[in-house]
Design a protein around this ligand. Structure first.
Ligand code: PMP
Length: 463
């Protein structure tokens, strides 16, 4: 057998850690060399498998977690998925408290591993009973045999990185590492890797990559604790300094705004072929800035904290970027701004009148939309929406026949149009009449304007 292929493992838990390192070669890194540690290669797809296993095994070793016990945690998603994996393998129940801005993929993943997921608000702070950490602690306190894992203060979290992540990095780079760029969610990676480097490689600087809106980078750079804002990147950034986060280890910090984090993650996939999540975009953006600022060659490491497969519907979805206002379209205050899927950019999802109701419905479901333009020879000839489909089904015919009917037979032919140059307020009376207007630019169809698009328009305009 070839000795570079790992031997078979008795459990998937033995596949946690020993992740690969790959050099970044298609980005401008100035005088430096930049390496990515692919924590996305862990069994549940993130860096959090390491502390998840360590925290559960520490609770077992201390006798707090026994057979039939329950693991409760407040989590942005990845810690929960890691805990759910380890708990499932070991036979424990898992309850996760998750703030509602977190991606669908992570919640589905945790539930599929058998975890119970309690969704809570993401618009309240520490001390509020609905704040995810307070709620998780309360659930653990009233559940017999339960432990509250508390990644924010649990010493086994940084301990896992001190024992494994740090040594692996130094080993993979033959003991020569000038800087490690990390994000902070709980602070486990920063504190664990930072402590290890302080002893094993004192020259190694710890660099913080933080989403703009988080209090951490401003605190490191100015010493002032500001008010937290909000950010879309998941898993990193804080509104407080967690007990596990030793900021004294940080040499330099960068605040990275969401659009740059998302764009960098997309560029990483396009240029290097590495599928990474949004926080990895933040880390890479900060690492690139650090590298380009150096006046002598340095060896720098950062992380792919988790797989981009967890964010296909966000980071790698143009409609999501358009909704956030990150596609570089200029704001004009007109109806044009409300159109998310632009027909002229090839993005509008549509159906032909000769196609079946089943096809129309499949496209609506897949794109999570309630209506489709019906297009023939590049011209809009109708609209089909949920009520058209329901009306056809309610008319009593058997559903199989309705789904086999051509869309042309069930669509609405009366079309309401609105000019792309009209002020957005002109949409309101149309929506009041339950119409879905076609937005026209001159004689050309630009896309549909719907209620949810307008709601989102106001959210983004005034944030
Ligand atoms: N990136 C992602 C995607 C995460 O989920 C987390 C953990 N919340 C981190 C980075 C940061 O790791 P840590 O908790 O060790 O600070």
């Amino acid at each position: 057998m070839r000795d570079d292929i790992p031997r078979r493992s008795a459990s998937v838990l033995d596949l946690i850690g020993r992740t690969p390192l790959v050099e970044v070669t298609r980005f401008d890194v100035g005088l430096c060399r930049l390496f990515l540690k692919l924590e996305s290669a862990n069994p549940s797809g993130s860096i959090k498998d390491r502390p998840a296993r360590a925290m559960i095994e520490a609770a077992e070793a201390s006798g707090r977690l026994k057979e039939g016990g329950t693991v409760v945690e407040a989590t942005a998603g990845n810690t929960g998925v890691g805990l759910a994996l380890v708990a499932a393998r070991k036979g424990y129940r898992t309850v996760l408290v998750v703030p509602d801005k977190m991606s669908r993929e992570k919640i589905l993943h945790a539930r599929a591993l058998g975890a119970e997921v309690v969704l809570t608000r993401s618009d309240v702070g520490k001390g509020h009973p609905d704040y995810y950490q307070d709620l998780a602690e309360a659930i653990a306190a009233k559940t017999p045999g339960a432990i509250y894992v508390n990644q924010f203060a649990n010493p086994a979290n940084p301990g896992a990185h001190e024992a494994t992540t740090g040594p692996e990095i130094l080993d993979q780079l033959q003991g020569d590492v000038d800087a490690v760029v990390v994000g902070v969610g709980s602070g486990g990676t920063l504190t664990g890797v930072g402590r290890y480097m302080r002893c094993a490689s004192p020259k190694t600087e710890m660099v913080l990559a933080d989403p703009a809106g988080s209090v951490l980078a401003p605190y490191v750079e100015t010493g002032a604790m500001g008010q937290a804002g909000s950010w879309a990147v998941e898993g990193i950034g804080e509104d407080f300094v967690p007990p596990n986060c030793d900021l004294s280890l940080v040499k330099k910090a960068y605040s990275i705004a969401d659009p740059e984090s998302f764009a960098t993650a997309r560029e990483l996939l396009r240029l290097e072929g590495v599928l990474a999540g949004s926080s990895s975009g933040t880390l890479l953006a900060a690492a690139l800035r650090y590298c380009r600022e150096q006046t002598r060659p340095k060896r720098v490491v950062t992380f792919v904290c988790d797989s981009g497969a967890k964010y296909l519907s966000k980071v790698f979805n143009d409609a999501f970027l358009a909704q956030e206002g990150w596609l570089g379209r200029k704001a004009t205050g007109t109806v044009r701004d409300v159109v998310v899927n632009r027909f002229d950019e090839g993005a509008e999802i549509f159906v032909r009148p000769t196609e079946t109701v089943a096809s129309a419905f499949a496209r609506m479901r897949a794109a999570d939309i309630s209506q489709l333009p019906v297009i023939e020879d590049g011209r809009v000839v109708g609209i089909v929406d949920e009520s058209d489909l329901l009306d056809a089904l309610a008319a009593g015919a058997d559903a199989k026949r309705v789904f086999g009917q051509p869309v042309g037979e069930v669509m609405t032919r009366e079309l309401e149009t609105v000019s792309a140059d009209a002020p957005v307020e002109e949409l309101l009376p149309l929506f009041a009449r339950n119409l879905v207007p076609l937005v026209m630019e001159g004689g050309a169809f630009l896309g549909l304007a719907t209620r949810i698009d307008l709601i989102n328009y106001y959210r983004v305009r005034d944030r």
